[in-house]
Design a protein around this ligand. Structure first.
Ligand code: SF4
Length: 430
């Protein structure tokens, strides 16, 4: 989807970053927040995501997810028809009917998200009110929440942020007797979550919870004894909401590559008083495995020039990994929003002459990209095909959100995601 001009960025941070940053506002090319349903519905296994939107929204969901033939999908669209847009029908009554039908047919649903879209915003449908009305009707069997995935307000990973921020008020509160706990915030593939849980347990950190939890009856308790660590860099609203409940953020890089994973684990270990020797014993096997895996792939990447368009907000941690562990040259690192506080550890590891850009003016950025003619371009689906047609090698940024890339055992897979298109291009040339 091509969106409207981007809002200006304010993260409330006092920290300064001594990079020269290109700040642009204009046409941008990025999917809306509805797209995040594709990975969120796999993560929260008893939730259903009901998009309150138009046929365009339904088509986006269907093409982004592919058609599910064997599984009953856990997302759908309550269609806003022209009659609703013209104010000729009571959209709330229709929504209630759709929800009643859905919950009758799917008794396995425990949590229902009403997901706002551009059309629901245009007709000013109050989904917060609808969620509270429906919750009263269906609790305790089904909890009904709402958040926005509209392209007017969100880019694709921000959909996860608004979803998790909507979950925070529902989290149980810690009691005074509860021990200090670690909360990992941001969707991770189950396999990655299990690896991290194992590593934390080996360090003696047993009170580890995840947001989102896999099931709605496993929501983690939060309070002043909660130390939370972000696993994804796009969760500003969620972080703010957790801090509102007294939780404290552990500053850390993001767990991409060996360095990022070690820094991330160390931040948690330090907060829980893990002895340095024990930390090294627990992490060394993973570090060695990751370095062995990376050594086979980074030859393909060394010295190659990469240009990252602003899309997923993963760009800065990715750039840090690709530069420091795979030897790539950074031509331009774009990000839709730059949260200086959450990214402070990442920015400190980037070369000081990195060309960073925040926001987007699509035409100007395309001009810079064409002029630089990098070896690899990381961008959204909408840009990839035209750029490939111009002879550039591209990587879809959305793949980086769908694929398990965090942690030691995924470091080589992460590098391979960038090496593969280069190898394919080289074969085509031959
Ligand atoms: Fe398009 Fe808006 Fe629907 Fe997203 S929410 S698919 S941008 S109409």
């Amino acid at each position: 989807m091509t969106g409207a001009p981007q809002p200006s960025v304010s993260d409330g941070s006092e920290q300064t970053v001594d990079f020269s940053i290109i700040r642009e506002r204009g046409q941008h090319e990025v999917f809306c927040g509805l797209t995040s349903i594709i990975w969120l519905h796999r993560k929260i296994q008893d939730a259903f995501f009901l998009v309150v939107g138009s046929r365009t929204c339904a088509h986006l969901m269907q093409s982004a997810a592919g058609v599910m033939i064997f599984a009953e999908p856990r997302f759908g669209t309550a269609l806003i028809e022209e009659r609703d847009l013209a104010g000729l029908a009571d959209a709330n009554e229709e929504l209630d009917r759709v929800v009643a039908r859905l919950l009758e047919r799917r008794p396995d649903i425990r949590m229902l998200f009403l997901v706002g879209s551009c059309p629901s915003e245009v007709i000013k449908l109050d989904l917060a009110k609808a969620a509270s009305r429906l919750s009263q009707q269906y609790m305790p069997q089904v909890r009904v929440l709402n958040y926005t995935g509209s392209g007017i307000e969100t880019t694709f990973t921000q959909g996860e942020d608004t979803c998790l921020a909507a979950l925070v008020p529902e989290l149980p509160r810690e009691t005074e007797a509860d021990p200090a706990s670690l909360l990992v915030v941001g969707s991770l593939a189950d396999i990655v979550e299990d690896q991290f849980t194992r590593l934390f347990a080996e360090m003696g950190i047993h009170e580890v919870r995840y947001l989102p939890a896999r099931r709605s009856d496993q929501l983690p308790a939060v309070g002043p004894n909660t130390r939370y660590i972000l696993a994804q860099p796009f969760l500003n609203e969620t972080a703010r909401a957790l801090e509102g409940l007294g939780a404290t953020r552990l500053p850390a890089p993001f767990p991409l590559g060996v360095e990022g994973t070690t820094g991330w684990l160390r931040a948690a270990a330090d907060a829980f008083g893990v002895d340095a020797g024990l930390f090294d014993r627990v992490t060394t096997p993973g570090i060695e495995r990751a370095q062995r895996g990376l050594s086979h792939i980074t030859e393909e990447l060394k010295g190659k020039r990469i240009f990252l368009f602003p899309d997923s907000q993963l760009e800065i941690p990715l750039a840090r990994f690709l530069h420091r562990e795979a030897g790539m040259e950074l031509v331009e690192v774009g990000t839709p929003y730059l949260h200086r506080q959450h990214l402070a550890e990442e920015l400190a590891m980037l070369p000081k002459d990195t060309c960073l850009s925040e926001g987007q003016h699509l035409d100007k950025q395309l001009d810079r990209c064409r002029e630089a003619h990098p070896d690899v371009v990381v961008c959204g689906l909408g840009l990839a095909n035209p750029l490939e047609a111009e002879g550039m090698t591209t990587k879809w940024s959305i793949e980086l959100v769908f694929t398990p890339i965090q942690g030691y055992d995924q470091a080589a897979d992460l590098a391979e995601l960038f090496a593969r298109p280069l190898m394919r291009r080289a074969k085509l040339r031959v």
